[in-house]
Design a protein around this ligand. Structure first.
Ligand code: SF4
Length: 430
């Protein structure tokens, strides 16, 4: 059976034009997907049942036992952490936030190690953003800053920028200029019209220089700013000013380098300066397919987008204090539930070591680095393949992912709802 208009649950582009062929409970072919999508749909290395660490080995357990044990671990803990959420659908994220509130836990999503600084900057100065459809149809200048879409979001350029047609452009491929700003010449830089190579940690200064030029202060610019010549800065500023509709996309090169959220704030303020002359927008390149959704869902329910601490009985948010890396580094939490993410692969070593010391339970379809730190893992259906649910694309557009077949695994929602019910029962709210 061929299913059309399938949504890819891998990266924040959420491409919705895949054609997937299914035989029984197996995907046998994928059309229109990039290599990352093919791996996700065709990869078949799932756990067959929940597993529990027993001495040096793993023991298979039933879903009922695994759910009961997870609820007991969370109920026993004084300072539980519920982490991850970016690789699951909004309905499961919503149960997670309610579970966090019921337990008085700290709940955090993967923004904490990717675009958390972007959110902090947006909270300070706002977000002049737009949908990817607007970029595709209108943008004649596109800037990729600190991001390499060819590797991390392989179809971003073909669907929305460099190689896409634009409704309001006569010959989009020729009319559109692409500028890449990065500390090294990436594959994306190789196909750009202009590559701006900056010294590591130099983003803030280069953004400030561009703001000064746009403000008419060319005489203040020194001959080099963080490795970029004055002539190139003038040329780039003229291209930005000459755009009819410009779009800046930025990635972790900006959020996780020296300056962090101040870099993003400076980039947003450059966008605001440019809007005195012409039309410009700015958007983060969100990585996990539903990390944007985790910020949305957390905010609807608690008022805060990530790092939400319910220990006081109300929601409290203070990045740097309530962010999971800081809590784990201080050795503060005494149990952790990881859902749809892999902190074992992405957190600093000290945090991973703490996760290995405390009872950590992972809900995830696949074995990953976190499995090696966990006491218990519960495999679930993969959203977009054998489970459905709502996700948010990197531009904030909600998209419904589809279930292609009914398999043998429960969804994240099914498992989390059972854990939630069990905790509620014990807490006497049942
Ligand atoms: S670009 Fe991202 S969403 Fe689109 S097919 Fe590739 S991995 Fe999937």
């Amino acid at each position: 059976m061929k299913v059309e208009d399938v949504v890819c649950p891998f990266c924040g582009c959420l491409c919705d034009d895949l054609v997937v062929e299914v035989e029984g409970t197996r995907v046998v072919s994928v059309e229109n997907g990039c290599t990352l999508a093919n791996e996700k749909f065709l990869g078949d290395n799932r756990l067959t049942s929940p597993i529990r660490r027993a001495g040096g080995a793993w023991q298979q357990v039933s879903y009922e036992e695994a759910i009961e044990e997870t609820a007991a671990i969370l109920l026993d803990a004084d300072r539980p952490l519920l982490y991850g959420w970016s690789g699951t659908h909004g309905e499961a994220q919503s149960i997670g936030v309610h579970l966090g509130e019921l337990l008085g836990a700290l709940i955090d999503n993967t923004s904490t190690v990717c675009h958390g600084p972007s959110i902090m900057a947006i909270q300070e100065v706002g977000h002049p953003g737009c949908t990817l459809g607007q970029v595709k149809n209108r943008a004649d200048v596109v800037v990729y800053w600190g991001t390499n879409p060819i590797d991390a979001h392989p179809r971003h350029m073909s669907r929305y920028t460099t190689f896409a047609d634009g409704f309001f452009l006569t010959d989009a491929f020729l009319e559109r200029k692409v500028i890449v700003v990065d500390v090294r010449k990436s594959e994306s830089a190789n196909i750009a019209d202009e590559f701006v190579k900056i010294e590591p940690g130099g983003d803030y200064a280069v953004l400030a220089a561009l703001r000064a030029i746009v403000r008419g202060k060319r005489s203040l610019i020194p001959s080099f700013v963080s490795g970029v010549s004055r002539e190139q800065l003038f040329r780039v500023a003229d291209t930005l000013l000459g755009a009819k509709f410009g779009a800046i996309f930025f990635g972790l090169g900006l959020t996780m380098s020296r300056g962090r959220y101040k870099n993003v704030r400076n980039a947003i303020e450059l966008t605001a300066e440019l809007n005195r002359h012409t039309k410009w927008t700015i958007s983060p390149m969100r990585g996990h397919w539903n990390v944007y959704g985790s910020n949305e869902v957390f905010t609807w329910i608690s008022g805060y987008p990530y790092a939400v601490d319910f220990a006081r009985g109300i929601a409290f948010y203070n990045p740097g204090e309530t962010t999971s890396v800081d809590v784990l580094r201080r050795g503060e939490c005494d149990a952790c539930l990881v859902v749809a993410s892999d902190p074992g692969a992405h957190f600093p070593r000290a945090c991973a070591e703490h996760l290995a010391r405390i009872p950590t339970v992972q809900i995830d379809p696949h074995v990953n680095a976190t499995t090696h730190l966990a006491r218990l893992q519960i495999p679930v259906a993969v959203t977009g393949i054998d489970a459905e649910g709502t996700a948010y694309r990197m531009d904030g557009v909600p998209i419904r992912t589809r279930k292609l077949f009914t398999g043998r695994y429960p969804s994240d929602t099914d498992v989390l709802m059972k854990i939630y019910d069990r905790v509620k029962e014990e807490k006497g709210h049942g």
